[in-house]
Every structure is written in C-alpha cells, then in structure tokens.
Design a protein around this ligand. Structure first.
Ligand SMILES: CC(C)(COP(=O)(O)OP(=O)(O)OC[C@H]1O[C@@H](n2cnc3c(N)ncnc32)[C@H](O)[C@@H]1OP(=O)(O)O)[C@@H](O)C(=O)NCCC(=O)NCCS
Length: 365
C-alpha cells in the first residue's frame, strides 16, 4: 500500500448483559435449539435492554478501545461508525458516539455496507491515515439488530444479536507495530433486494401501511444470501492475498464475519484454510453485523490467538450485496493492554505529541 504504514493500536467491545438462548426463543417462536444450532451454529445472542440504542453500545466499545490504545478521546481525528441499525436516519450514529465518548476534535460519519461495514470502515480509516489526512481514527461497528427484527419471523429472528466493537487505527511506528497490508472491497447490486429493510427510507417512506405490512423490519431471502456468501469468500480473499504477494498458507488466523458456521466452513474449505486457523464466536453472539469482526478481534487476542507477526485475514459479506477482505500483520502495537500500560502506538513523544510519519469450530450440531 502507498503512504504511511498503518496499524491497529487499540481494540474494544461491548456485549449487552442479557443472554437470550435458542430455548428462550423457542418459547415464543416455532423453532428449536436443535434447528438453530444445526443450521447456523448459533446457541445464544445478546439483546440490549429497552431504551438502549446502537450508539450506547458503540460508546462503551469506543471507550474501551481508547483506553486500550492509551489515548484520550480528544486525540481522535475521525470517528467512522459502521452500522445497519443506526440510532436514526439522521444525524449520524457516529456523531452520537463521538459526543458520548468525548471525541470533541473528531469528524464523524456513518458507513452503510451491511455486515461488511467494519471492513469498509477499516479500509477508509487506513487510507485516510496512510495519506496523512488523519492520524488517529476510531472505527466502531455498533448494532442493535433486535430493534429491527420481526420477532414473528423465525427465518430472521434467530440469526442476529446486539453488540459493538471498536478499533483505533493509527500510523505504525516501527516494523514491530503490525501493519494493515491490503483490502479487497466489492458489491453485487443484483442482490440488493435479498437482504434489507424495505421501508423507512425515501424509496418507501414509512406509513401506516408499511408498518402494518411489517416492512420496517429486516427481510431476507436466507438461501440466496447463503449462496452469495459461500461464493464470495474465496475469490475476495484470493484477490487481497495476490495484491499483497502472499498465499493462503501464509495466513495464521482467519476471522470471518460471524453469520453462520456453515457459511464459514464452506468459505474456508473453498479457500483451503484448515479449521484450526479459523476463529468463531457466533455460537455466543449470533450475527452482530458490523460488530462481529471487532468482537472476534478482541476475544481472539484475549485468548492468545493473535500473536506478534501473525498474518490475519478478516473477511465480511452482507447487504448490498457487499463483501470485503482485509489482510493485516498483527504486531506489538496492535492493541495496548498486552504492553503493560506502555504507549502501544509508540509514535507519541514525552509530551504526548504525534510523531507524524512515521474461536475454534465444531460447536454446530
Ligand atoms: C436462514 C438459514 C439458516 C436457513 O437455513 P436453510 O437450511 O436454508 O433453511 P430453509 O430456508 O431452506 O428452510 C427450511 C425449513 O426450515 C424452516 N425454518 C426457517 N427458519 C426456521 C427456524 N428458525 N426454526 C425452524 N424452522 C425454520 C423453513 O420454514 C423451512 O420450512 P419448510 O421446508 O416447511 O418450508 C440459511 O439460509 C442461512 O443461514 N442463510 C444465510 C443467512 C445469513 O447469514 N444472513 C446474514 C448475512 S450477513
């Protein structure tokens, strides 16, 4: 990639405390724990308490990422929020997160790329820091999917959950700091209608009729999404590997979007990645859309699955139909708490100024 080397220097997450199991759902829906586990791998999901919105979860994740990076909220130049469950159509959820987290010097915007949103956000942050437009960018994936689910539709209600994850994207200060190496982003608009929320926008403004017809909830053609997702994983990952001059054998850890264990297994098989290199946590969280990949990064690091020098492949897919892959080298600067309170960015001087340029598988069934 051109420009300054860029890395992740802080990670954070927030999962609501309320756990809803498959058996809990089966009390009000015609479904079962067995069906959900066999078809998806999901065992439980978190649901945010009434009154909480995506920004509330995003603020908590952002605060944890800032602390992890040993940064003050005032240091952040830009907050990008990837969400398909925004607080409102406008203003941006990113503005609420920046305000709530105290990022008073940051520009803000929301990014809508379905469940690929976090990868897209990471790409925009990386480009911006590499080019020198910004120094410290907070990318937040924040979702309260439960507010947009039709709890009478067993085809969607069992799949999704609430949560938020955040990453601080910064210049990489040394060869040991880790590096974001490259991206592949794409979209196939011919599948626009197979996953989305039909009403509430300018195409179908909200009305009594749209509410009566339950058009303000997520609608999905599951089997078409399934086919799309299994189709795009390997080619997208292949493109980013080729751009970076690497092969699938170089990958140490594969962190895919946590939609469905069967999709993950099929995609990994097409790609030629063994199960031992795949991280999953959808068993406990379901599909948290824009939050799923940062939730994995936080937990993979905590479990010791991310080591200095590891080559990590992130891969997402979702509404749009979008997809995205990111290759990064994990490093000493990639998240700070492991560095015993040291400044993980390594690019601050004593006064704090910037030094400019420089989950295992197998739980289904
Ligand atoms: C949704 C999904 C799990 C459905 O699995 P599937 O094996 O394709 O199942 P089908 O849709 O063919 O449905 C099979 C049967 O199960 C039923 N079914 C659907 N949801 C069910 C549920 N939660 N519990 C019990 N039965 C269910 C269907 O009604 C259907 O019954 P029928 O044969 O009597 O009509 C699967 O298509 C999928 O995971 N798709 C991708 C979804 C996704 O990841 N979206 C987000 C992408 S970011």
């Amino acid at each position: 990639m051109l420009g300054r080397p860029v890395t992740i220097t802080g990670l954070g997450m927030h999962a609501p405390a309320k756990i809803v199991t498959n058996d809990d759902l089966a009390e009000s829906l015609d479904t079962s724990d067995e069906w959900i586990r066999q078809r998806t791998g999901i065992r439980a999901r978190r649901i945010a308490d009434p009154g909480l919105s995506s920004s509330d979860l995003g603020i908590l994740a952002a605060q944890e990422a800032l602390a992890d990076a040993c940064l003050s909220p005032e240091d952040i130049d830009l907050v990008i929020t990837a969400t398909l469950t925004p607080d409102q159509l406008t203003p941006a959820t990113a503005s609420r997160i920046a305000y709530g987290a105290g990022c008073v010097n940051a520009g803000t915007y929301d990014l809508s790329a379905g469940c690929t949103g976090f990868i897209y956000g990471l790409a925009m942050a990386t480009g911006s820091v590499a080019a020198g437009l910004h120094d410290l960018v907070l990318v937040v994936g924040a979702e309260t999917f439960s507010r947009f689910l039709d709890w009478e539709d067993r085809g969607t209600a069992v799949l999704f959950g609430d949560g938020a994850g955040a990453a601080v994207v910064s210049p990489a200060s040394s060869p040991n700091s880790g590096r974001i190496l490259g991206f592949d982003l794409g979209c196939d608009g011919s599948g626009l209608d197979i996953l989305g929320i039909p009403a509430g926008g300018s195409r179908m403004p909200a009305s009594h009729e749209t509410v009566d017809a339950r058009q303000h909830y997520v609608k999905m053609n599951g089997s078409e999404v399934y086919k799309f997702a299994t189709r795009v994983v390997a080619p997208s990952a292949g493109r980013v590997l080729e751009r970076c001059g690497l092969t699938v054998d170089d990958i140490d850890l594969f962190i895919p979007h946590q939609a469905n264990l069967r999709i993950i297994e099929a995609g990994a098989k097409n790609l030629g990645i063994p199960e031992s290199k795949i991280y999953t946590n959808l068993q406990r969280y379901g599909n948290t859309s824009g939050a799923s990949i940062p939730l994995c990064l936080v937990e993979a690091r905590a479990e010791g699955r991310l080591r200095d020098g590891d080559l990590v492949l992130l891969m997402g897919f979702g509404a749009g139909l979008t997809w995205g892959s990111c290759l990064l080298e994990w490093g000493r600067g990639s998240g700070g708490t492991s560095a015993a309170g040291a400044d993980p960015t390594g690019f601050r001087d004593a006064a704090g100024a910037l030094d400019g340029d420089d989950g295992s598988l197998g739980e289904a069934g």
